[in-house]
Design a protein around this ligand. Structure first.
Ligand code: TAP
Length: 474
């Protein structure tokens, strides 16, 4: 049992001023694996005070000092590898291989990349008559979701530290333990007191408290569009700066010269990895009408490569994070059937032999029309919609016929067509074939997928203000 009943404020683990707690459940076993304290407004105020007190000295640290701090964090992070992997598997239900190759790896890369980006980063530009300086935004409130417990926390914290901004982190109640390990990593790396503060608690108290706090200068949020809107409303009261990374309903455009089996593997990988609980997952798969049957056959063929089951065994897909998420996914599968889409594989209920745990069946709908609810709303589960198209222009039109614009994918051979589709998709990140991950590349959305960019130097920019100085003595 992991009982984390304290918050980390001003370099110390301190008791909560309230007595409310929340149990954390392992989604694979449905058993309680620990408890956290739910913080109060008073706890948040203490954390804000600590971050404010740390601001004058931390914001004035040199670039070199902050590079060294980020490098020490990356080193300490590596030392906690096994802990991080096991913790994420227990709280989120992701298979050990996914916890290692996705969650652990992404967290590490954000700290290492922030150090690298900072080396090249220029905080001052002489523009002839005037100087333009990049100045720390102030203190930052970070609100993160449950689906990537180290990725989303690390990208925000690494960028804030690179920019010299002290932070208050509120992780999601469903997966709060990875943030405790991160806190221990920061302690071991010598993060100055007050620069990192962890307040556990509910979105309605601590999350809401952060976005409306008059002494917090900037809020970075990742999560649902509904909460994103609430944050914008709250931030408007104090004209607070904010960045939002929200949902997606991303298209994967399969071109007619794509290797059909490989394209199907890519598509299934999107709904299998993290059990489809990924904001940038490709859940609308656009295939040429002429390829429909061969693609459907290929999907059925590759599905067994992604076995669903106990995340501590050799499986590729674990349970959904919580009963509530399982119920949501079930209702979307029912909706798809009501709307007249054809169920190719999967459906409602649990996979055979997996009665305990929030396991869902990987589900693929075909004959989907892009205006159906299952093609428009973010399901956040292992559900794919296959939609056909007859020309590349039509594929781009369908790809963009969505409120979202977080990501897009295109697979095929002809470079001209790949370029046309990649350039035509209205989204913050488009991936062509098997392009490798690049942690210096900006990440964020168009339209209702958000405002702002994370990762690398673009991520650091979010935590900076621009200041002009006229007549700066040489
Ligand atoms: P959200 O409700 O958006 O939760 C994300 C974070 O915001 C959590 O830390 C949450 O706290 C906090 N929060 C909740 N209400 C808040 C408020 N009024 N003010 C400030 N912060 C608040 O997401 P969810 O309930 O976990 O998931 C719902 C749906 O959102 C999912 O099904 C999925 O579609 C989408 N989602 C998207 C993403 C990404 S990466 N785009 C990530 C997660 C979920 P607590 O949960 O601890 O109360």
């Amino acid at each position: 049992m992991r009982n984390y009943l304290k918050h980390y404020i001003n370099g110390e683990w301190i008791d909560s001023t309230g007595d409310e707690t929340e149990d954390v459940i392992n989604p694979a076993t449905e058993e309680v694996i620990g408890t956290i304290s739910l913080g109060t407004k008073e706890d948040l105020d203490k954390a804000v005070k600590a971050a404010r007190a740390a601001f004058p000295s931390f914001s004035q640290t040199s670039k070199q000092e902050r590079i060294e701090l980020l490098e020490r964090i990356a080193q300490e992070y590596e030392k906690r590898k096994d802990d991080i992997i096991e913790t994420i598997t227990d709280e989120l239900g992701s298979p050990l291989s996914v916890s290692e190759n996705v969650h652990y790896m992404m967290g590490y890369n954000h700290f290492a990349q922030a150090a690298e980006s900072l080396k090249e980063f220029s905080f001052i530009e002489n523009r002839g008559g005037h100087i333009v300086m990049k100045d720390t935004v102030g203190i930052s409130g970070l609100i993160t979701p449950w689906n990537f417990p180290t990725n989303q926390t690390s990208t925000k914290i690494a960028s804030a530290f690179a920019a010299g901004s002290p932070v208050i982190l509120k992780p999601a109640e469903l997966t709060p333990f990875a943030a405790v390990i991160l806190t221990e990593i920061f302690e071991a790396a010598g993060v100055p007191k007050g620069v990192f503060n962890l307040v556990n608690g509910s979105g309605s108290v601590i999350g809401n408290g952060i976005s409306s706090h008059p002494d917090i200068d900037f809020v970075s949020f990742t999560g649902s569009g509904a909460v994103g809107q609430k944050i914008m409303e709250n931030a408007s009261e104090t004209i607070k700066n904010f960045a939002l990374e929200l949902g997606g309903k991303s298209p994967l455009v399969v071109l007619d010269d794509a290797d059909v089996e490989q394209a199907a593997r890519t598509a299934v990988g999107h709904i299998a990895t993290n059990t489809g609980q990924v904001c940038s997952a490709a859940t609308r798969v656009l295939v040429p009408s002429s390829m429909k049957e061969s693609f459907e056959k290929a999907v059925k063929n590759v599905l067994p490569e992604f076995p669903v089951g106990n995340p501590r065994e050799d499986n590729r897909t674990g349970p959904l994070v919580a009963k509530k998420q399982w119920d949501t996914v079930q209702s979307y599968i029912e909706k798809g059937q009501e709307e007249g889409a054809t169920l190719l594989v999967g459906g409602t209920g649990k996979p055979e032999g997996l009665d305990k745990g929030y396991y869902a069946k990987p589900t693929v709908f075909t004959d989907v029309k892009n205006d159906m609810v299952i093609a428009q709303e973010e399901i956040f589960g292992p559900v794919m919609s296959i939609i056909t198209y007859d020309s590349i222009d039509e594929a781009i039109e369908i790809a963009n016929d969505t409120y979202y614009g977080l990501a897009g994918y295109v697979v095929g051979e002809n470079p001209e067509n790949l370029r046309k589709v990649a350039s035509g998709i209205r989204a913050g990140r488009v991936k062509v074939n098997d392009a490798e991950a690049d942690f210096a590349a900006p990440f964020g959305g168009y339209k209702r997928s958000g405002i702002g960019r994370e990762w690398g130097d673009y991520g650091i920019e979010e935590y900076l203000e621009t200041k002009t100085i006229l007549g700066f003595p040489e």
